[in-house]
Each structure stands twice: as C-alpha cells, then as structure tokens.
Design a binder for this molecule. Structure first.
Ligand SMILES: *[C@@H]1O[C@H](CO)[C@@H](O)[C@H](O)[C@H]1NC(C)=O
Ligand SMILES: *[C@@H]1O[C@H](CO)[C@@H](O)[C@H](O)[C@H]1NC(C)=O
Ligand SMILES: *[C@@H]1O[C@H](CO)[C@@H](O)[C@H](O)[C@H]1NC(C)=O
Ligand SMILES: *[C@@H]1O[C@H](CO)[C@@H](O)[C@H](O)[C@H]1NC(C)=O
Ligand SMILES: *[C@@H]1O[C@H](CO)[C@@H](O)[C@H](O)[C@H]1NC(C)=O
Ligand SMILES: *[C@@H]1O[C@H](CO)[C@@H](O)[C@H](O)[C@H]1NC(C)=O
Ligand SMILES: *[C@@H]1O[C@H](CO)[C@@H](O)[C@H](O)[C@H]1NC(C)=O
Ligand SMILES: *[C@@H]1O[C@H](CO)[C@@H](O)[C@H](O)[C@H]1NC(C)=O
Ligand SMILES: *[C@@H]1O[C@H](CO)[C@@H](O)[C@H](O)[C@H]1NC(C)=O
Length: 420
C-alpha cells in the first residue's frame, strides 16, 4: 500500500510538474570537453542519448566545446540542460552548407536543434553559443538568403520549454529560432552579432534576426537584449499568441510581423501578438508588418510572393525609439530581396487581410538624415487594412519637429492619417 501510494505520488508530481519545475532527474550527464580541438559534438549527442529523458545534461563552466558537426537533439522529455559553458561552432562553411538540418521555410539550415517536451535550457548567466559568424557575413555579403547559413540555436517541435539566461554571439544567420513549437518562455537572453565590415557594408549583416517564430503558438520573449543587424524579433508565418515584453534592441530592423505572402498560393496567418516595453536604438524600422509582392517573382528564399493570408489582433505599445532611419509605425507591402527586374509594387500589388492592429505610446526621435515619417501605413489597393489605430505617437524628427503621417488605403483614414 505504501509502495503504491508513493508510486502514485511520484506520478502525480510528474504530471503536475510543468516545464518550470522538473521532477528530480533520474540521471545526470556532465559533458566532457576534448580540449584538443577535436569535435565535441559526439560527446554532446551521447549525453543527450543517456540523460535526455528524465535527466539532466551539464555543459561545464569555464569550458569551451567545439561544435564541428550538426546536433539534432530529439525526443527529449523532462530534461534540464545546464549550459554553464561555451559552445563554439567551427567555421567550415562547406561542412555546414552540406549538413545543416533543413526546414522548408526559406530553406533554412539549422546547426543545433532541440525537440521534445518539458525542456529547460538554463545558461545561468554564463552559457554562451558562439556562431563565429564573420565568415558567413563575409560570404553572404548582400545575399542574406545564401543557402546553408547555420542557425546556432533552434527549438523545433518543442512543447513546454524554458530557455533562459544565456548568450548567442556572432550568429551565422538568424540567432534564436522557434519552429513548430508551443508554450515556450524565453527569458533573459543576450544576443550580439556585429560584423567588422558593418560601417562600410551594412548589407553584410543581413538576415541576422534576433528571435524568429514560425508555425508556433504561445511564446513569451522577455527581459532580453539584442544587437543584431536585422529584425530584432520577427513573427513569421503561423505565429499565434505571442508576447514580447521588456526587450532592448540595438542596430536592428525593429519588431516585425512577416515577411508574409512569400510562397505562392499559401495562406499565412499571424494572430494575437503583443509587443510592449521595447526600446530600439539605431533601428531601421519600429513596429512593422511586411508582406511580399502579389505576383511571384523568382523563388524563395530571396524571391517569391503571390501568397495571401491575414494578420489580426496585434498590439504594439510602450516603445522608446532613438535614431530610427525609417518609420516607427509601419506597414510595408511589396518587400522583395530578389534583386533585379522586380516589377514595381503598383504592378503587382499584394492581397491580404489586416485587422485590429494598434500602435500606442511611442516616444523618441528619428535619424537626422532620413527619418521624417512617424507613421507610414501603405496598404496595397488589393489588401484590406481595417481596425487600425494609433495613439500617443511622439517620435520626433531629430530637430524636434513632429514627424509626418502618411496613410494609403487604410479604412477610416485620409492620406494624412486623419480619421474620416
Ligand atoms: C529551396 O526551396 C525551394 C522551394 O521553396 C526549392 O524549390 C529549392 O529546391 C530549395 N533549394 C534548396 C537549395 O534546397
Ligand atoms: C541568471 O544567472 C545569474 C547567475 O547565476 C543569476 O544571478 C540570475 O538570477 C539569473 N537570472 C535569471 C533571470 O534566471
Ligand atoms: C503558454 O505557455 C506558458 C509557458 O510559457 C504556460 O504556462 C501556459 O499555460 C501556456 N498557455 C496555454 C493556453 O497553453
Ligand atoms: C528588463 O530586462 C533587463 C535585461 O535586458 C533587466 O535587466 C531588467 O531588470 C528588466 N526589467 C524589468 C522591469 O523586468
Ligand atoms: C486569439 O485570441 C482570441 C481571444 O483571446 C482567441 O479567442 C483566439 O482563439 C486566439 N486565436 C488563436 C489562433 O489562438
Ligand atoms: C483586438 O485585439 C485585441 C488584442 O489582441 C483583443 O483584446 C480584442 O479582443 C480584439 N478585438 C476584436 C474586435 O477582435
Ligand atoms: C509609455 O512607454 C514608456 C516606455 O517607453 C513607459 O515608461 C511609460 O510608462 C508608458 N506610458 C504609459 C502611459 O503607459
Ligand atoms: C544616429 O545614427 C547615425 C548613423 O546612422 C550616427 O551617425 C549618429 O551619430 C546617430 N545619432 C545619434 C544622436 O545617436
Ligand atoms: C526638421 O527636420 C525635418 C526632417 O529632416 C525637416 O523636414 C524640417 O524642415 C526641419 N525643420 C526645421 C525647422 O529645421
């Protein structure tokens, strides 16, 4: 009877334990590092095979692990990953281009992915993933979608996870990516990707997004900091019930929804997004939605277009913005990265449905050279933009004058964004 009740108690504890409090691990694997420059990935794989279910995996403090081969850490369950040490990727571009884990959206290539349920990855403030990205920035130059650029950290097909308190440096491509995942808390993450050629060639850092979500639900990203060359957060197709809170971004492209409509005939959905308490310094855009052209031109990942879909129930609030070059409040239709001979947006307007989207309490100032439009809502004549609202948008020109407002094809607004 006593045995039975203690089994029941153990079962109940396990059922009640969410991702935040795992039951005591049955086994712990401390990963050895070779320290002779050889690949530590086999030892990492072995640790996850042994301790990846009801266990604990430890990357030791003050230790650098060399990652020279792709990591697919699958079928995890009830696992705590204590990432005290540093994971450093090799710069063998040929290897990574040929071997990254493939995901269809924009043909992305993933260097390390975790999947399973009830996973806690805790860097305890010291854990670091170093993508050694300069080699990729130099290789990609203006071609952000260059095939095979490795994504250093991905939660893929994960249910119930916490990822906290670690850094990702010099990411080869997008930094922190979540695909087909749900119920994830991302807390206190530090991202920094800078190119030594950035001043001379800003395009060089293209496609180094901070946080990306694709086909995922219920994710919170909070208390984090990023210096990345592209979108600080990008809610890509299939992102629902997302929450960003207390995020600081330097040199980014802002907080994005999209790009949507890149795949011909595909219906992209983004719904229930809140981004609040965000500070953007030296950003390209503020809080924005971007869609591809209405008629496919070339192919993804660089080209594309001709998709459709909707974005609804979005709140952008409490943004502080300094030195932004484009508009803080922005709808950008007809995004395209295919280069030459792309038809004018007016010739291939996109479709889509955008509703119930609000921007409020934006403060700060724009870049002295470029920024003048505080609000730029340019909707395609074939799209529906309705239920848009803005309140307390106080992002000034650098000389202190008010920014201008521009609205095109937005239900209820005239061209200078007065309600009609
Ligand atoms: C990239 O994806 C497209 C489909 O969108 C596919 O046709 C193409 O072959 C893929 N490219 C590579 C290099 O896998
Ligand atoms: C991050 O780790 C440091 C060092 O262990 C700790 O002091 C801090 O409380 C942690 N922060 C979070 C959000 O867990
Ligand atoms: C959303 O995810 C959080 C974990 O971040 C979890 O606590 C919460 O229960 C989830 N909400 C739903 C509706 O599943
Ligand atoms: C916001 O996040 C930063 C880390 O980027 C943290 O230091 C700060 O305490 C957080 N603020 C609040 C109000 O939680
Ligand atoms: C969006 O939020 C509404 C209101 O909370 C909810 O009814 C709806 O199911 C959510 N949509 C999705 C796709 O979860
Ligand atoms: C508009 O979006 C907000 C925030 O998601 C939500 O609370 C509200 O219910 C939505 N309104 C409608 C009419 O759907
Ligand atoms: C407006 O946003 C700022 C952060 O940028 C915040 O400190 C302030 O409390 C917000 N004001 C209101 C009325 O919410
Ligand atoms: C704004 O950014 C530009 C680079 O785009 C820089 O030269 C300038 O010093 C910045 N101004 C302020 C006030 O930060
Ligand atoms: C302030 O800056 C804006 C944008 O650069 C410019 O259009 C405007 O003429 C300037 N106003 C004054 C008074 O200098």
């Amino acid at each position: 009877m006593k045995v039975l009740s203690s089994i029941l108690w153990a079962l109940t504890t396990m059922l009640l334990a969410g991702a935040h409090s795992l039951p005591y691990p049955e086994h712990t694997c401390v990963i050895p590092a070779s320290k002779d420059g050889s690949d530590d990935s086999p030892a990492i794989r072995k640790a996850f095979d042994t301790c990846g279910r009801n266990g604990k995996v430890v990357f030791q403090k003050d230790t650098t692990y060399s990652i020279q081969s792709v990591l697919q850490l699958h079928n995890l369950k009830n696992v705590q990953v204590d990432m005290f040490g540093t994971l450093e990727y090799s710069t063998d571009v040929r290897y990574w281009i040929l071997h990254g884990s493939y995901y269809y959206f924009q043909n992305i290539s993933i260097a390390m992915e975790f999947s399973g349920e009830n996973i806690v990855i805790d860097g305890h403030g010291s854990g670091t993933i170093n993508g050694q990205g300069q080699v990729w920035y130099d290789l990609a130059l203006g071609v952000g979608g260059l095939y095979g650029r490795p994504i250093p950290f991905c939660l893929r097909n994960v249910k119930n996870a916490v990822a906290k308190n670690f850094s990702i440096l010099q990411s080869g491509k997008w930094n922190f990516v979540m695909v087909e995942s749900q119920n994830v808390l991302v807390d206190n993450i530090y991202l920094s990707s800078t190119s030594d050629d950035f001043q001379a060639n800003p395009g060089n850092l293209g496609n180094t997004d901070g946080f990306d979500t694709i086909n995922s639900d219920n994710i919170t990203i909070q208390n984090s900091w990023a210096n990345v060359g592209d979108d600080c957060v990008s809610f890509k197709p299939g992102s629902t019930n997302m929450h960003v809170k207390n995020l600081t971004c330097y040199n980014s492209a802002g907080i994005a929804i999209g790009s949507l409509g890149q795949y011909e005939g595909v219906r992209d959905v983004v719904e229930n997004i809140t981004a609040e308490d965000v500070s953007l310094y030296g950003s390209r855009n503020g809080a924005y939605i971007k869609t591809y052209v209405g008629k496919r031109t070339y192919w993804p990942p660089q080209g594309g277009g001709g998709g459709n879909g909707y974005v609804r129930n979005v709140v952008f609030k409490n943004f502080h913005i300094e030195n932004i070059t484009a508009s803080p409040v922005l709808i950008q239709q007809c995004t395209h990265w295919a280069g030459y001979n792309v038809p004018a947006c007016a010739d291939t307007p996109p479709t889509g449905f955008f509703s119930n989207i609000s921007w409020s309490n934006f403060t700060g100032y724009m870049n002295e050279k470029v920024g003048t439009k505080a609000i730029s809502w340019t909707c395609s004549p074939l799209a529906t933009c309705e239920g848009f609202s803005f309140k307390d948008i106080n992002v000034k020109s650098a000389n202190g004058t008010d920014g201008t407002y521009s609205c095109t094809n937005v239900v209820g607004y005239n061209p200078t964004c007065e309600t009609k």
